[in-house]
Design a protein around this ligand. Structure first.
Ligand code: ZN
Ligand code: FE
Length: 254
């Protein structure tokens, strides 16, 4: 089994530590900071093998150099981001495979939030580390890519098995839920999920991971083909990309 430990840092970031107990290999996904990772490694008695970055924003790579210097780990990130990932050792492309002991992740390119954003999909472990591409009930802002690029990227994630756990990098779920409900008031599963999320947050608990199946049922950015959403936007029978573009625009000013 792949051990997955979630570390909440900064205001709303999550760092993930992945550990394979057979080989002893350990990876960290998007270390915003080094200290909380070093502390956890020490308390678990684990040694860091890899850093996996999804994109170059500071709240995803801030701990890179210190972790590399203190642990000798190797840094893996998108080849396209070679110039802007601190300490990168291996630049990867779509469909490249990364091994953590027996566990394998495939790289999926998901430009949109940034150009060069990638995600790591552990198929057998049913775990997706998706950075700032897909969020619980939301998706990343378009800092560099177009709406069409982001939509194309999300389509690659939407087809993953519904049981896949979605480990995104931010706890934005509650605010995302408010927007989702404004777009689709009559979605019963969404209403239910918002209640569950409110309970978790009031107990100061994480709402992440969700699953691809839950996102397909409640995330408006996965539901641009829903008739009720299209109706509410006044965009019936329009192309999915157009509906997605409008959703993203409305969320930006929500
Ligand atoms: Zn980002
Ligand atoms: Fe971020």
């Amino acid at each position: 089994m792949l051990d997955i430990v979630q570390i909440p840092v900064l205001t709303d970031n999550y760092i993930y530590l992945l550990h394979d107990s057979v080989s002893g290999e350990t990876a960290v996904v998007d270390p915003a900071l080094a200290k909380p990772v070093l502390d956890l490694l020490e308390s678990k008695g684990w040694q860091l093998t890899y850093i996996l970055n999804t994109h170059h924003h500071w709240d995803h790579v801030g701990g890179n150099l210190e972790l590399k210097q203190k642990t000798g780990c190797k840094i893996i990130a998108a080849h396209a981001d070679s110039e802007r990932i601190p300490g990168i050792d291996r630049g990867v492309f779509e469909h490249d495979v990364i091994s953590l002991g027996e566990h394998q992740a495939i790289v999926i390119e998901t430009s949109g939030h940034t150009i060069g954003h990638i995600v790591y999909y552990f198929a057998k472990d049913e775990a997706l580390f998706c950075g700032d591409t897909l969020f619980a009930m939301g998706c990343g802002r378009l800092f560099e890519g177009t709406a069409e690029q982001m939509w194309t990227s999300l389509q690659k994630l939407k087809v993953l098995p519904p049981s896949t756990r979605v480990y995104c990098t931010h706890e934005y779920t509650q605010a995302n839920g408010r927007f989702a409900l404004s777009i689709e008031t009559d979605n019963f599963k969404l209403q239910q999920r918002i209640i569950e999320v409110a309970e978790l947050r009031s107990a100061n608990q994480s709402t992440v991971p969700s699953t691809i199946g839950e996102e397909k049922a409640t995330n408006p950015f996965f539901r641009e083909d829903s008739v009720s959403i299209q109706k509410n936007l006044g965009l019936e029978s329009q192309s999915p990309v157009l509906v997605f573009t409008e959703l993203r625009k409305r969320k930006d000013s929500f």
